[in-house]
Design a protein around this ligand. Structure first.
Ligand SMILES: Cc1cc2nc3c(=O)[nH]c(=O)nc-3n(C[C@H](O)[C@H](O)[C@H](O)COP(=O)(O)OP(=O)(O)OC[C@H]3O[C@@H](n4cnc5c(N)ncnc54)[C@H](O)[C@@H]3O)c2cc1C
Length: 562
């Protein structure tokens, strides 16, 4: 607990201190995995780091007196803003490696403060990193290596729903609001943003907009993009404010330029967001299929039927077993519908009919509509939901007991899905076997569109202490190469950050890269905003490892470009 009685965020990993698996549960997880992977000994968990064990580099700049009240150089604060929440981040934090922390953490109260902080950074040529919840899994908030001092601009004080337009069903919301606080403020009005990424508890509206996040609803409104009505963004060269409109054909959209800009073009300070009425009816069912490809055919039929289920997660047999939704002998589809306006019975009946037409097995009585919160919280559906919510805490444990455990995701059109899935699974499993000796690669669909799915892969393998980072770098490189070679995107919703740069640079058309770089030069001429993310040439933090891989012929060198 912190001094004010609130739970304390861990500075080195996911969530609150004291939450997640107990020591006894950690030991049982270690025993289970030692058995599964045939390890000679049950691995011990590395103890969590304590802030008093760290000795951080002294801050390299002091805020001016006019901004001092907004700024902190506290060691725990700086350590807590050093990394995001990827596997690499947790491994480095557990190794007590906090060699490159930000120098100052600034917490603006409003847009004027944000503008003043950017003016200071611009004049001092300091790097400014916009920061929401710090849940980036792609190095999006990590200070780049180098001599330039770094100011992390944490928007947590800007967390209000400022105004609600009930008629148009939209709200003006400050960018630093965390998921739960946002929903709490909307609930009394019977409204919801209904955007629930798995990181919902510890991520913010501004972070979602800046990364084009994907919520957990599987079809229709998946990305945050769909909900943005207008934006305010502070840049080093002034504030950009777009007009509130339900739609517009007036040239390229200014909002679209900033949605997904990952803190490289400006600080999103607030947005008008489209809302929805709170759902009243829910229906869920699970359906089993012989294998992933059989299930995928049913999901394709559903995605092209116009039914638009809220949930449509297809889990391969390994993923179904890991989440407790199945026994590991079948692929499981978790399907659900919700509505604030009408009972979704007819939609569910038709979706289950499509599943049966494609070889799915549906339990008798599955899919009944409920008008309470329990719809979707029982049986295989409930097991999957619990695993989804507990997953982030578990990942810290897996890193602590020496596993290599991470996820990656993509999207691909249906015509190319079977080839991509086979190629990515084979390349990843091959790399896992080569670098870890054993391990599991599983897949699920997180989102589905009429023209294709978004497959999401999980890797778990026994790592070697001290080598987990290199092991994961090699597996990630193999997987990413296969994704790009087979026509997928390097990320469907995790964003580009610093980690996906080599593959994003190959995916993105060169003239577009030059146009984006020109926009950056105009808005941020001194390149203070989050350099290394998306579009500049700052050396990546893992460049030496990538050069080593390139010399082995595993990662082609990046092409010249913007
Ligand atoms: C366990 C776990 C589960 C996750 N599940 C999902 C998921 O289901 N769907 C999904 O899409 N992602 C997921 N993510 C990734 C991550 O949560 C998202 O990228 C999220 O949108 C980041 O929000 P944040 O507020 O934490 O942003 P941060 O991590 O603080 O920042 C992310 C990027 O956005 C920039 N940024 C943040 N705030 C602003 C702002 N106000 N203005 C300008 N730039 C800004 C930062 O500079 C950085 O580049 C998950 C991550 C974890 C660790």
């Amino acid at each position: 607990m912190s001094a004010n009685g609130k739970p304390r965020r861990k500075f080195w990993g996911w969530g609150y201190e004291g939450r997640g698996p107990s020591e006894e549960q950690q030991r049982r997880i270690a025993e289970l995995l030692a058995g599964r992977f045939g390890l000679a000994a049950v691995p011990e968990a590395i103890p969590a780091p304590r802030v008093e064990d760290l000795s951080l580099r002294a801050p390299r700049l002091d805020p001016p007196s006019s901004l001092a009240a907004l700024c902190s150089t506290d060691a725990e604060d700086r350590a807590g803003h050093t990394y995001g929440k990827s596997f690499r981040d947790v491994v480095r934090a557990l190794a007590r490696d906090f060699a490159n922390p930000p120098d100052v953490i600034a917490r603006p109260r409003d847009e004027n403060d944000v503008a003043a902080l950017l003016d200071w950074c611009d004049a001092a040529r300091a790097i400014a990193i916009p920061y929401g919840g710090g849940s980036s899994v792609v190095g999006g908030t990590e200070p780049p290596a180098g001599d330039r001092p770094v100011v992390t601009i944490d928007l947590e004080r800007m967390g209000r729903v400022v105004e609600i337009d009930r008629t148009s069903r939209a709200a003006r919301i400050e960018a630093g609001v965390y998921g739960p606080a946002l929903e709490e403020q909307l609930r009394p009005h019977g409204l919801t943003l209904r955007h629930f990424p798995q990181s919902f508890e510890f991520s913010t509206l501004g972070g979602w907009i800046a990364t084009r996040s994907g919520g957990h609803f599987a079809t229709l409104y998946t990305h945050i993009d769909d909900f943005v009505e207008s934006l305010r963004v502070v840049t080093p060269r002034g504030t950009v404010a777009s007009r509130r409109l339900p739609g517009s054909g007036a040239g390229p959209s200014p909002d679209r330029m900033f949605i997904g800009s990952e803190g490289a073009l400006g600080v999103v300070t607030e947005a008008w967001m489209r809302l929805q009425d709170r759902p009243r009816w829910r229906a869920s069912a699970s359906v089993s299929f012989a294998d992933m490809l059989a299930g995928a055919e049913a999901v394709r039929a559903i995605s092209q039927s116009g039914l638009a289920p809220t949930n449509c997660r297809l889990l391969d047999p390994g993923e179904a077993m890991t989440s407790g939704a199945g026994a590991g002998d079948a692929a499981i589809l978790v399907i659900g519908f919700e509505s604030a306006d009408h009972r979704p019975d007819a939609w569910m009946v038709r979706a289950l009919e499509l599943c049966r037409d494609h070889g799915g097995t549906v339990a008798d009585g599955a899919g009944a509509t409920r008008d309470d919160e329990s719809g979707g919280r029982e049986g295989a559906v409930g097991a999957w939901r619990k695993a989804f919510l507990d997953g982030p805490y578990l990942r810290d444990t897996l890193a602590a007991i020496g596993m290599v455990s991470e996820t990656f995701e993509t999207a691909i059109t249906w015509d190319r899905f079977p080839e991509l899935h086979a190629g990515v699974t084979a390349a990843t499993q091959d790399a896992v076997n080569r670098v870890c000796g054993a391990g599991q690669v599983n897949c699920r669909f997180t989102h589905v569109y009429p023209d294709g799915p978004a497959p999401y892969y999980s890797v778990i393998a026994p790592g070697k202490r001290g080598s987990q980072l290199q092991q994961w770098a090699e597996i990630k490189a193999a997987a990413s190469e296969a994704l790009i070679r087979l026509g997928g995107t390097i990320t469907h919703h995790h964003a580009v950050g610093r980690d996906h740069r080599p593959w994003y640079d190959r995916q993105r058309p060169d003239p577009f890269a030059r146009a984006l770089a020109a926009a950056k030069r105009e808005l941020d001429p001194n390149q203070i905003l989050n350099p290394g993310v998306l579009l500049d040439r700052t050396e990546r933090r893992d460049a030496p490892a990538l050069r080593a891989l390139a010399s082995l012929g595993r990662v082609p060198p990046r092409p010249a470009g913007a």
